[in-house]
Design a binder for this molecule. Structure first.
Ligand SMILES: [Zn+2]
Ligand SMILES: [Zn+2]
Length: 360
């Protein structure tokens, strides 16, 4: 399933970029996780490589020199040619995503090092692999695309090494850097990239996108609401109903914790810190739920007295700060403690605990 929902304006920009004789060598897709940054980069790869948009010139020359390639019949990627299909299936040999791990790991000549599939950053050995790769022609693409996700996890020596490649850009390769924190990139890397701001997608567009994929109306509406502007989340919710149920349970726990005192909050941060060691994705998901919880409280407070919004606002800032701290690899437990201490004490109003049993 194509994971791209929304972003009509960016798509027009990408189409225009791909149609120029010399597209930029590097783009920076800046925006929150799951908003569609990687699907947008893949769509750029389709604009650059779709066979319908770039028909091959007829074989053989003529008396009048090389034949001109035929004008493309289409303006949008077809989605069905070999290039489009491979890109959509994440199987194109020239459209690569480099993440923390050991994709493209190339130890220095004559040395070797243990595999590092679980490393937390993008290492210099991977940048070495990228450099080696881009020195060669693509296997089959017109233009190769290398997605670096997230670019803010380039390790200390890896970023300058990548910068060298960006400064002397090889032909036939476009780099797509993806990040939620552009300010964490080297300014010299940022300035080499054409920046694309990827913003959350309106709920109605997500809902329409889900329905266009055959999702039934009720589920599409529920998933679009829970996704809070992130189509990637919405697609994950419809693919896995357990995830949506988990979200409901977490939101209930958020309500209980927001109404509780310090002791319960510290019990919670201990388990959160333990989980952070083994399953960071689950903790990030939980942080998203907290954000949804306080946003909802903020919405409700907005119609009340002015001072009522201070608490939820401070809570949302505390979550944003925690995300920054986690990116900076600080100790998790104290960072979680600090966040929970900054959360105001909220009442349980609206939560299930207050509903009296009917026969009470
Ligand atoms: Zn195509
Ligand atoms: Zn390595």
């Amino acid at each position: 399933m194509d994971a791209l929902i929304g972003h009509g304006e960016i798509l027009r920009e990408l189409a225009a970029i791909a149609a120029t004789p010399e597209p930029p060598h590097a783009l920076l897709f800046a925006g929150p996780e799951s908003t569609g940054r990687v699907p947008l980069a893949r769509r750029l790869a389709m604009y650059l490589n779709c066979e319908a948009l770039h028909p091959a010139p007829p074989a053989g020359g003529s008396l009048f020199g090389d034949p001109l390639p035929p004008a493309p019949a289409a303006t949008e990627p077809c989605g069905t040619c070999r290039a489009c299909r491979l890109i959509l299936e994440d199987a194109h040999p020239d459209v690569l995503t480099v993440r923390p791990g050991d994709t493209l790991c190339r130890p220095r000549d004559g040395e070797s090092h243990p595999a590092h599939p679980d490393s937390a950053d993008i290492r210099i050995c991977q940048v070495r692999g990228i450099t080696e790769l881009v020195a060669r022609f693509p296997f089959e693409a017109r233009t190769r695309l290398i997605i670096i996700d997230p670019a803010d996890r380039l390790a200390e020596y890896a970023a300058p090494a990548l910068l060298k490649t960006l400064e002397e850009p090889p032909g036939h390769t476009v780099f797509c850097l993806v990040t939620a924190s552009p300010e964490r990139l080297l300014p010299t890397i940022r300035s080499r990239c054409r920046r694309i701001e990827v913003r959350p997608v309106p709920r109605g567009e997500i809902e329409a996108g889900l329905r266009a994929r055959g999702i039934d109306a009720a589920l599409a509406a529920e998933a679009a609401a829970a996704a809070r502007g992130r189509p990637g989340r919405a697609l994950a919710f419809v693919a896995d109903p357990d995830l949506m149920a988990a979200r409901g349970r977490i939101l209930e726990r958020c309500a209980a914790l927001a109404a509780s005192g310090v002791a319960a909050r510290f019990d919670y941060t201990r388990t959160l810190a333990e989980r952070w060691r083994s399953d960071q994705a689950a903790v990030r998901f939980e942080l998203d739920c907290w954000e949804a919880f306080w946003e909802e409280r903020l919405r409700r407070a907005a119609s009340g007295p002015r001072e009522a919004i201070a608490g939820p606002l401070e809570a949302l800032r505390a979550i944003a700060d925690l995300r920054e701290h986690l990116l900076a690899n600080v100790q998790a437990r104290p960072a979680f403690d600090l966040m929970l201490l900054r959360f105001p004490r909220a009442t349980l109003e609206g939560s299930t605990e207050e509903v009296l049993p009917a026969h009470a």
